[in-house]
Design a protein around this ligand. Structure first.
Ligand code: EPU
Length: 300
């Protein structure tokens, strides 16, 4: 039995849908990424737990993929199984001022449901193209807010498949960092929000959307901001200031709308994107002395 057949057999035992031989490009917002031996799609917390435990027992080290919105996947091939979390999408479930959501819930849906319900605190996330699990894992943020402002409980699996229910506070997180970045698989999050008029929240959501579309590339395939902002500066402003907007390698280009976005003009390969990242780092360092550090996750 080949390795991918063995993974398929484990997945089948738990009723988990498996896609064999697909390109990771299909699962990332920027649309690049080489072939993956097996992509597994559990649809509940219980199934995820059993799958992780069995894969671990069989000696596999699965990679975990949420909305693929902050990921640059290399050319591969990716031989370890990839587990997609977006099938675990229960909720949002409201409990007073708290809201519980599965890791696969799309952030936009959460933002809108909370606005309808009259619960404020997640408006900043309008337009972030990820899932709850991925954005909490990355502590995604924009327009003065970040996920950690409202996250109060995270349910996650360790690599052995053991479930943890962890209370958290904002100070457990920092800029694009969460306590879950050493291999935790987030499956559910509870947010604590503040009551407000639905109309006021909705107006704020619309204002955030307008600001985002004015300053970031609308309708183009990207992985969000590529680099972290250096202390006291903006990576986008720095890249722009070095005259790099429009700089291209193959089908990958620095966005004309915002210097910190790389866009896929349609035919970009993982190699194009990775080479462009290196080129930007080299040019920015030459011209400004600043060493940029990736914010996106790179899978090699
Ligand atoms: N700017 C330029 N040229 C550019 C880009 C920006 O001159 O090409 C200037 C802007 O005009 C502004 C300043 O730089 O004066 C800051 O730009 P912006 O408001 O767009 O914020 P940013 O620091 O570039 C951060 C986050 C974004 C988030 C925005 C809005 C990081 C790395 N980036 O960008 O997050 O959406 O603020 O709050 O933290 C992401 O994490 O994927 C992301 C896109």
């Amino acid at each position: 039995m080949s390795s991918s057949e063995a993974v398929e057999a484990i997945a089948q035992r738990h009723g988990v849908v498996t896609e064999v031989g697909h390109m990771l490009a299909e699962y990332t917002t920027i649309g690049v990424g080489g072939p993956a031996a097996a992509v597994l799609k559990p649809d509940s917390i219980e199934t995820m737990g059993r799958l992780l435990a069995d894969l671990k027992r069989a000696g596999y080290r699965p990679r975990i993929l949420g909305g693929g919105a902050n990921l640059i996947a290399g050319p591969g091939p990716f031989t370890d199984p990839v587990i997609l979390t977006r099938g675990i999408k229960h909720g949002p479930l409201f409990e007073g001022n708290r809201v519980r959501a599965g890791c696969g819930v799309v952030v936009k849906r959460l933002v809108h449901k909370c606005a309808e319900r009259g619960l404020s605190g997640l408006e900043f996330a309008e337009g972030i193209p990820g899932t709850v699990g991925g954005t909490v894992y990355m502590n995604a943020g924009s327009f003065g807010g970040q996920m950690s402002d409202t996250v109060r409980e995270v349910v996650w699996f360790d690599q052995e498949g053991k479930l943890h229910r962890q209370a958290v506070v904002a100070s457990d997180f920092s800029y694009r960092r969460s306590p879950f970045q050493s291999g935790a698989v987030i499956v559910e999050t509870v947010f604590e929000l503040t009551p407000a008029e639905p109309a006021v929240i909705t107006a704020r959501v619309k204002e955030i959307a307008a600001r985002r579309w004015k300053s970031q590339p609308p309708g183009e395939r990207s992985a969000g901001c590529v680099f972290k902002n250096p202390a006291g500066d903006s990576a986008g402003r720095l890249i722009d200031g070095c005259g790099l907007k429009g700089l291209s390698v193959g089908g990958a280009s620095v966005s004309l709308a915002h210097g910190n976005f790389i866009v896929n003009r349609g035919d970009a390969t993982p190699q194009d994107v990775l080479a462009l990242i290196d080129l930007i780092k080299r040019k920015v360092h030459e011209k400004s002395g600043v060493s940029l550090e990736e914010e996106v996750i790179l899978w090699m």
